[in-house]
Design a binder for this molecule. Structure first.
Ligand SMILES: C[S@@+](CC[C@H](N)C(=O)[O-])C[C@H]1O[C@@H](n2cnc3c(N)ncnc32)[C@H](O)[C@@H]1O
Length: 243
């Protein structure tokens, strides 16, 4: 069993069970436990973490056309060096992340000591120009987050299994007040490899966001060497602007 499967809880969906008699297929629902991510951070199994700012961010961030000082929301941020890139380019950052280990490392690597305040299940790590909300993103409210000018999603939507993605996209749209968004996602044959990262088709991006945003596909690039060396994959960069 792979690491990805081990931490998933799979069970029969009640509604599917009720209608199974008249259905040819038996639907499974997959829940990704927070413990999956806590364990990844505790064991330092963070292959998703890159040693440099994402080149797609560096190339396409300007498409958001934001003034310096704008505040960018980075959901499911880990300790990404994209945060460092945003700060050093004159932007402010708000992040959300489950793992306190990730965020302790983030601030150590930024060379900044945060002040930490607790609010419900969320710990807010604050330093000049940066706030990170540590806890489940679904517990982060619009009021806690405060105003943001844009959102940058790299390895957030794709980190979530299918049955969590609609809730996630609705939630981030709400807590950011429909802020424009730069979205990076993978597309590959989901039968050839299991997520995370999960494959997100153009159709799925449209399903989540087309009724809320104007969507523009900015770029599609082949992933060098494929996804985890298992199958060909493409990375897509989307620009989402409020309708
Ligand atoms: C694939 S990693 C991507 C991290 C970062 N965006 C990057 O590019 O390196 C996904 C991150 O989301 C965090 N995460 C997963 N579920 C979460 C949730 N419900 N609320 C907040 N963070 C979550 C995990 O701990 C992990 O650090």
């Amino acid at each position: 069993m792979s690491c990805g499967t081990l931490y998933f809880r799979q069970f029969d969906d009640e509604s599917a069970r009720a209608t199974r008699a008249c259905e040819a297929t038996h639907r499974k629902v997959t829940i990704m436990e927070p413990q999956f991510w806590h364990d990844r951070w505790a064991k330092n199994e963070i292959g998703f973490h890159k040693g440099e700012a994402n080149p797609l961010l560096v190339t396409y961030f300007k498409e958001l056309a934001l003034a310096k000082g704008s505040r960018i929301f980075v959901p499911l941020c880990g300790k990404t060096l994209d945060i460092s890139w945003l700060l050093s380019n004159g932007y402010r950052v708000a992040g959300a992340e489950l793992s306190a280990i990730a965020i302790e490392q983030l601030f150590t690597e930024l060379g900044t000591k945060p002040t930490i305040t607790r609010n419900g299940g969320i710990d807010r790590y604050h330093a000049p120009d940066i706030d990170i909300f540590v806890g489940d993103i679904f517990d982060v409210t619009n009021t806690m987050l405060g105003p943001v000018d844009a959102m940058y999603d790299r390895a957030a939507l794709v980190a979530l299994p299918e049955n969590m993605r609609s809730r996630y996209t609705a939630h981030v749209t709400t807590i950011t007040n429909h802020a424009p968004q730069l979205l990076v996602c993978y597309e590959y044959d989901q039968r050839a490899a299991e997520g995370p990262p999960f494959s997100i088709s153009h159709e799925e991006v449209r399903r989540h966001y087309a009724h809320r945003y104007q969507l523009r596909l900015l770029a599609s690039e082949d992933v060098p060497g494929g996804l985890k060396g298992k199958c060909a994959a493409t990375e897509h960069v989307w620009l989402l602007r409020k309708n």
